[in-house]
Design a protein around this ligand. Structure first.
Ligand code: F6P
Length: 555
């Protein structure tokens, strides 16, 4: 069978003809340097870049020849990527282990669209919640919703963790220029009491609104923080009925919300077909909406919808999430890349890498395939990153000259919200220089000439040469956009969501469960009573020894 013939989708991955063809092609690329690929093809930038609205993806600085993408696309077709994509958009229960649809895309559908889940159009439900959120946010923003002493709200404290925290934190920070001038947002996630204690020091009970955000409303950290916040409010002199004015909930679990003592009239719901790490578009986005207002939140959703439509309809070879997913897989499976950097050259995107860590690693950090068979190929890489230029002075050394291959995405806006002196030009010069340096590197001859120009020669010069050489040929994607506005941010986030989906499908994973986080939670519940004086249970001797020390102290 030739590599371009389609095997049945359940052919073991590494035995499929398309995989074998990629493996052969990878071997043929030994010794090929991207420097030479660029020298041979002045059209490479035009050929390997793609624009959607005001977002450009330049993927030319990758280890790709004209043969590579057709082979990767054959592989995608052989794994029925288009079929899986269509099933996701159509509301099929592709989250097999939980029997759920995966429909965060329905959350950004315009009014009037139809998305059926079990025969019911969910789009009107989505917009009913959005309208309630909008009305509530407007009341808070206009000072109509007031605290128990009649004062308008000045501070919003979102209490949630994981997907009920990272998306709202990241987007709220990214859209700082659009914030309401008289509102401050705070986020409490960690069960470490320091987190809530430090936030509570900054706010006034009379003017603070708490959002308790938890899909399940059973998450230990969130409930502990929520109880502490309520106790604090009452300890500040608020009467018991003040809770209704100062606490709202975002959840799929009305029963537990009521059990906590929040009036379900003050609850904003969502649905089990929204995964936690894909939920910022739902009521989980309430803190974002409060800070930027309903119109800007609608722009965020519209930006994501534009990417959804692109992903759903563009041919695979001109489809941004597909190309980014395939290129990422190319490095993980055929070049042994075990990590991957996301490097935003925009201080407002400081939390994007942390957000994407959950989105990517909780989705594709899996060791068995959809059928429960252990995989015999690498899956999700370790994702990390920091804003440029800070990262340049920290971990970029490893990316430039270290032994691991670390593919990286570089992101930057052409226009800044803060045109301060030459800062933005300096930032962009660094942004452009990094991907050029990673591509080209510096040869021995170039290093030698540079050292000679500095006046060195002989043994001294030769001893330094190997340290000054950069191999180059290190792959990057560039995501360049006009300005970090709500629409662009929505488009960018949806791009990464779909890229993660593409990789999950190609690795034959269920990207939408997260059983791997459960064992630690179970054991923490078992250890808690032991730390509170209860009898000790059987543990390995390390854990038992540590429990003893935590109880008895080290002094
Ligand atoms: O860490 C596991 C997890 O289930 C995440 O997937 C989720 O985003 C987070 O916990 C918070 O869950 P919840 O919103 O139910 O409190």
């Amino acid at each position: 069978m030739s590599a371009t013939q389609t095997p049945t989708p359940d052919t073991p991955l590494v035995q499929s003809p398309a995989w074998a063809a990629l493996a052969r092609h990878r071997q043929a690329l030994d010794g090929v340097h991207m420097r030479d690929l660029f020298a041979a093809d002045p059209e490479r930038f035009d050929k390997y870049s793609l624009k959607l609205g005001t977002l450009l993806l330049d993927y030319s600085k990758n280890r790709l020849t004209d043969e590579t993408l057709p082979l990767l696309l054959d592989f995608a077709r052989a794994r029925d990527l288009e079929g899986w994509r269509d099933r996701m958009f159509a509301g099929a229960a592709i989250n097999l282990t939980e029997g759920r649809a995966v429909l965060h895309t329905a959350l950004r559908q315009p009014k009037g669209a139809t998305v059926l889940v079990d025969g019911r159009n969910v789009v009107p439900d989505v917009h009913a919640v959005l309208d309630r959120m909008g009305a509530f946010a407007t009341a808070v923003r206009d000072g109509v919703w007031r605290g128990w002493t009649g004062q308008p709200i000045t501070d919003i404290v979102n209490i949630g963790i994981g997907g009920s925290d990272l998306g709202p934190v990241m987007v709220t920070q990214a859209l700082t220029p659009y914030h309401h001038p008289h509102l401050q947002a705070h986020f409490v996630s960690n069960v470490d009491g320091t987190h809530i204690a430090e936030v509570l020091k900054k706010v006034d009970a009379e003017t603070t609104l708490f959002i308790i955000a938890s899909k399940t409303f059973t998450t230990q950290e969130t409930l502990a923080n929520a109880h502490t916040a309520r106790d604090w409010l009452l300890a500040q002199g608020a009467p018991a009925d003040a809770v209704a004015k100062h606490f709202v909930a975002v959840s799929t679990n009305a029963k537990e919300v009521a059990a906590f003592g929040i009036d379900t009239d003050n609850m904003f719901g969502f649905w089990d077909w929204v995964g936690g790490r894909y939920s910022l578009w739902s009521a989980i986005g309430l803190p974002i909406l409060l800070m930027i207002g309903p119109d800007r939140f609608a722009e965020l959703l519209a930006g994501a919808h534009a990417m959804d439509e692109h992903f759903r309809t563009a041919p695979l070879d001109a489809n941004m999430p597909v190309l980014m997913g395939l290129i990422g897989l190319w490095y993980v499976n055929f070049w042994d890349a075990q990590s991957y950097a996301v490097l935003p050259y925009d201080q407002y995107l400081a939390r994007l890498p942390a957000y994407l860590q959950q989105a990517d690693m909780e989705s594709n950090g899996k060791g068995v395939d959809r059928d429960g068979r252990p995989v015999d190929y690498a899956t999700g890489p370790v994702l990390f990153g920091e804003p440029g230029t800070n990262g340049q002075h920290a971990f970029y050394q490893l990316i430039h000259q270290g032994t691991p291959l670390i593919p990286a995405d570089f992101l930057a806006p052409i226009e800044t919200h803060n045109p301060v002196g030459r800062h933005h030009t300096l930032l962009l010069a660094n942004f452009l220089a990094q991907t050029e340096a990673l591509l080209l590197g510096k040869t021995e001859d170039e290093a030698r000439a540079e050292l000679a120009a500095q006046g060195l020669d002989g043994e001294e010069l030769e001893a330094l040469v190997p340290h000054k050489v950069f191999t180059g040929n290190r792959p990057t994607n560039t995501l360049l956009f006009q300005k970090l506005d709500p629409h662009t941010l929505g488009t960018l986030i949806a791009l990464y969501e779909h890229k993660i989906f593409v990789q999950g499908i190609l690795w034959n994973l269920n990207s939408f469960d997260q059983w791997g986080v459960e064992l630690g939670k179970q054991l923490a519940k078992a250890i808690l009573p032991e730390l509170e004086g209860g009898s000790r249970r059987g543990h390995d001797c390390s854990t038992a020894g540590l429990i003893r020390l935590v109880r008895d102290g080290l002094r």
